[in-house]
Write a protein of this length. Structure first.
Length: 66
């Protein structure tokens, strides 16, 4: 999974399933809160519409009658 995650570019939408672990630490007298994720599954999301849906008549706007 780490090899796949290394190929994902910044800004790419993904689905991640796993566990979230909250953590706190102090630095320079200030308490910071962070979260780490132990991923069980990572998948890229493809938002492009299927070809069939973009060509269907229902997806096109209706023409106005004159």
């Amino acid at each position: 999974m780490a090899k796949f995650a290394a190929t994902v570019k910044c800004g790419t939408p993904v689905i991640v399933e796993g566990k979230i672990k909250p953590e706190t630490y102090s630095a320079d007298g200030v308490e910071h809160k962070t979260f780490s994720i132990k991923a069980d599954y990572i998948r890229k999301i493809n938002y492009s519409a299927p070809k069939e849906a973009s060509e269907s008549k229902a997806a096109k706007p209706a023409k106005k009658a004159k």
